[in-house]
Design a protein around this ligand. Structure first.
Ligand SMILES: [Zn+2]
Length: 235
């Protein structure tokens, strides 16, 4: 056994070869023998960092180390739809979580805790899913419609997969594409915040609204704020 804080020098000088059941330990034994035969005992230890292609260099590269410590996945087509020029990182981050279905919706919470409530925060739907809260739920659909009905016109939809498709459809006018991406990321963040406010027992919204499921006032406030931002002249 080689103590964890051993130097290469001390291992080459004192280690006695053994046979192991695990193959990679035998490979280490072979490497120690190889270093001894190369006369490495006379050399000082140096610190080297592993880079791409199993090359070792004295210089540390955070980029190469990042790639070595993660499992590479294929690039997702939707990433440009949420990480775009002039996007707001907070909104994009929430949309990124939603796309990967990592938010605490009812269907996911019941997986962590069998006793967790599964109903939609906004309506009587018994199972709150990602696709329901974004944007099939009547409340969420109302918020989404108020922001995008002019932009999408006859293509308006509350189907999550269709909406994601719009975000990467480069055949669209650049401004329209930007507005759709901005609306989607902001709305996901806004609805996520509304869910949190309605679930939070001490939420001021609960006091104002009086009923945790009656979120019309909150929705109206959000819609009003958004409408002013995107359409200052009103129409
Ligand atoms: Zn609902």
């Amino acid at each position: 056994m080689i103590p964890i804080f051993s130097t290469v020098e001390s291992v080459l000088a004192t280690h006695r070869r053994r046979t192991h059941r695990v193959e990679f330990l035998n490979n280490i034994e072979a490497e120690i023998d190889s270093q001894r035969q190369r006369g490495s005992l006379e050399e000082e230890d140096v610190v080297l960092w592993k880079h791409k292609g199993d090359k070792f260099r004295p210089r540390f590269s955070s980029k190469d180390t990042w790639y070595l410590t993660r499992e590479l996945q294929p690039i997702k087509e939707w990433y440009k739809g949420i990480w775009f020029t002039h996007s707001t990182p907070k909104y994009s981050f929430m949309a990124w979580l939603a796309i990967q279905n990592r938010l605490s919706t009812g269907d996911r919470m019941v997986g962590w805790n069998m006793g967790a409530p599964t109903a939609c925060t906004f309506c009587p739907e018994p199972m709150e899913t990602r696709n329901h809260i974004f944007f099939e739920c009547p409340y969420s659909a109302k918020v989404w419609r108020s922001l995008t009905h002019k932009l999408l016109d006859s293509m308006f939809t509350v189907q999550w997969d269709c909406i994601l498709g719009f975000l990467v459809d480069n055949a669209q006018d650049a401004l329209r594409l930007f507005l759709l991406r901005a609306h989607l990321t902001k709305t996901v963040d806004l609805l996520g915040e509304a869910v949190w406010l309605c679930r939070w027992p001490a939420s001021p919204l609960r006091v104002v609204v009086g009923c945790p499921r009656s979120v019309d006032l909150a929705g109206a406030l959000f819609i009003e704020e958004w409408a002013k931002f995107w359409d200052p002249g009103g129409s």
